[in-house]
Write a protein that binds this ligand. Structure first.
Ligand SMILES: [Zn+2]
Length: 303
C-alpha cells in the first residue's frame, strides 16, 4: 500500500498483557485518558472528588454523585471485563487485514454473538472526526464488493454493492458505499471529498468520470481497457491497493459483509489506513471509544 514500512505501534502483545492484564490496571489507564486534568464529576463538572473505598468509585463532593471511570461510557453497560475490550481494540488496530468476530471469540473466550457485537462497537468508534477535503493529487476508483452467491454466473452483481474510494497521494483515504457507478454519483462523491482547487484527479477510463476537470483541476486517466496502467505519475494503484486489501479482508476475515454494515467496515479500514503512521493508534482508539455513543444491539441487527 505505502512503500514505507508500517509504523510500529508503541504497544505489542507482550506490553498489552504486562500493562492491562487486570481490571484495576485497565481502569487506571481509562482514568488517565478520560480525565487528563484530574477526575471531574460527569454530572456537575466539579473537580472536588473523593475516592470511595470500593475499587475506583468516585464521590462528588458538590452533588454527591457516585461514579466510576466508565460511568456514561460505552464500557459501562457491558458486562465484559475491561481487559477483553482492551485486547479486542489491540487486535483490531493491529490486524492490517482486519480480524473476524470468530477469531475474537476464540481469542478472548466469549460467545460469537458477544464477539460480533463487541467488534461492531469498536468499529463504530473508528471514524475520523471532521475529515478534511482531500487535495493536491487524488486517485479515485470504484469497485464491487461483497456477496458471493452459489450457482450464479461470474457476472452476477445482484448481491454486491459498490464502494467508491478517493486517496490523496501520501495522504488520507475516503471510502464510501455508493448506490451506483453513474456520472452523478461519482461526481458527487468526488466533490464531497476533494477541495475545489485539487490539483489533479486520476481515474481509470470509466466514462462517467469524464467532465470532472475544471479550470484549476486536471483530470487524467489511465486507459485500463487498452492495458495501460501507469503513465508517468498517472495511475490509480494506491486506491486499487486499498480496495484489494479490503477485498482480502472480506474474504479472509469477515467472510461476508452485509450491505448494511459495509460502511462500518469501510470506516474501519479508513481509520487504520489514515493512522498508518500513528504509533499511538491503540490509545487513540480507546479515546474514541470513551467518547463514543453506545450502539444498541437491536439497532445493529435491525433490517
Ligand atoms: Zn457532581
Amino acid at each position: 500500500m505505502n512503500k514505507k514500512r508500517r509504523t510500529k505501534q508503541e504497544i505489542n502483545l507482550i506490553t498489552l498483557i504486562e500493562r492491562y492484564h487486570n481490571e484495576d490496571k485497565c481502569r487506571a489507564y481509562l482514568e488517565e485518558l478520560r480525565f487528563p486534568n484530574g477526575v471531574a464529576c460527569p454530572r456537575c463538572g466539579s473537580t472536588s472528588i473523593s475516592r470511595v473505598q470500593k475499587p475506583r468509585v468516585f464521590d462528588c463532593n458538590s452533588c454527591r454523585y457516585q461514579f466510576s471511570v466508565t460511568s456514561g461510557t460505552i464500557f459501562h453497560d457491558s458486562h465484559l471485563p475491561l481487559w477483553k475490550w482492551f485486547a479486542t481494540v489491540y487486535l483490531m488496530v493491529e490486524a492490517k487485514k482486519g480480524v473476524s468476530a470468530n477469531q475474537i471469540s476464540r481469542t478472548i473466550a466469549v460467545s460469537y454473538k458477544t464477539a460480533w457485537y463487541l467488534c461492531h462497537r469498536v468499529r463504530n468508534a473508528m471514524t475520523v472526526d471532521n475529515p478534511q477535503p482531500l487535495s493536491k493529487i487524488v486517485e479515485v476508483d470504484e469497485t464491487w464488493v461483497g456477496g458471493k452467491r452459489k450457482n450464479v454466473g461470474h457476472g452476477y452483481k445482484g448481491n454486491k454493492v459498490i464502494a467508491a474510494g478517493a486517496v490523496q497521494r501520501d495522504g488520507e483515504v475516503r471510502l464510501e458505499k455508493v448506490g451506483s457507478r453513474d456520472r452523478e454519483t461519482l461526481h458527487g462523491f468526488i466533490h464531497k471529498h476533494t477541495a475545489p482547487d485539487t490539483e489533479a484527479i486520476y481515474t481509470d477510463d470509466w466514462p462517467p468520470y469524464k467532465g470532472i476537470a475544471d479550470h484549476d483541476t486536471r483530470h487524467e486517466t489511465v486507459n485500463h481497457s487498452a492495458d495501460e496502467w501507469v503513465r508517468g505519475d498517472v495511475h490509480t494503484n494506491t486506491i486499487e491497493n486499498v480496495f484489494s486489501l479490503f477485498k482480502r479482508s472480506v474474504v479472509g476475515s469477515y467472510h461476508k459483509v452485509s450491505r448494511k454494515h459495509l460502511d462500518a467496515y469501510l470506516d474501519e479500514l479508513e481509520w487504520r489506513f489514515n493512522n498508518r503512521e500513528n504509533p499511538y493508534l491503540f490509545r487513540d482508539t480507546l479515546l474514541k471509544l470513551i467518547r463514543s455513543e453506545n450502539l444498541p444491539y437491536q439497532q445493529l441487527v435491525a433490517d
